[in-house]
Ligand binder design. Structure first.
Ligand code: AMP
Length: 190
């Protein structure tokens, strides 16, 4: 089983790349952002709770997010492996993921970051906001808040995974296919 954490700032291209990688490596793609948005669209209790955080660009509390992620993994018992996109985003989530995967007799194989400059990413998100319908993509203050959340809570995960010898980074700027091939090179050499 290979399990990959796709890591990067908002707008780095995790979702786009996940679409290609899940096919290539036969992985179940789990995006916590997508699961939250699905719940928001359907007006579930989870969606209503998450909306109050997401629309401001804040992270949803760890307990809520981790429970949702664990349920999503458990809903795919036949999976050959998972591609985690947007999870973990805090040290507490990373520890919860490690403990959970261990309890399933598996582990996180590698964390791969898509690297890109903030200014390029903010411009990308504002452009995406014109068509995505996402409130959190449409306002520069909310986008900046998402980066602040990233810098404070998510960036420390790089050291967490480096200490485990599991951190890899690729240049996230370029043609989509070129970036997919950079990610593939990392995965093929694991
Ligand atoms: P994304 O689609 O990954 O950019 O996520 C959109 C929003 O969903 C984030 O800005 C957070 O508010 C929330 N979210 C997604 N994943 C997580 C997570 N692992 N922990 C906390 N909040 C999350």
């Amino acid at each position: 089983m290979i399990n990959i954490v796709l890591f990067g700032k908002p707008g780095a291209g995790k979702g786009t790349q996940a679409e290609f990688l899940k096919e290539k490596y036969n992985l179940v793609h789990l995006s916590t952002g997508d699961i939250f948005r699905f719940n928001m669209k359907n007006g579930t209790d989870l969606g209503n709770l998450a909306k109050s955080y997401i629309d401001k660009g804040d992270l949803v509390p760890d307990e809520v997010t981790t429970k949702m992620l664990i349920d999503a993994v458990n809903a795919n018992p036949g999976a050959k492996g998972f591609l985690f996109d947007g999870y973990p985003r805090t040290i507490s989530q990373a520890e919860a993921l490690d403990a959970f995967l261990e309890s399933k007799g598996t582990q996180n194989t590698a964390t791969i970051a898509l690297e890109a400059d903030d200014n390029i990413l903010v411009a990308r998100l504002l452009e995406r906001g014109k068509t995505s319908g996402r409130i959190d993509d449409q306002d520069e203050d909310k986008i900046r808040n998402r980066y602040q959340e990233y810098n404070e809570k998510t960036a420390p995960l790089m050291d967490y995974y480096k200490q485990q010898g599991k951190f890899h980074a690729v240049d996230g700027i370029g043609e989509i296919a070129e970036i997919t091939s950079r990610l593939g090179n990392v995965i093929d050499n694991l």
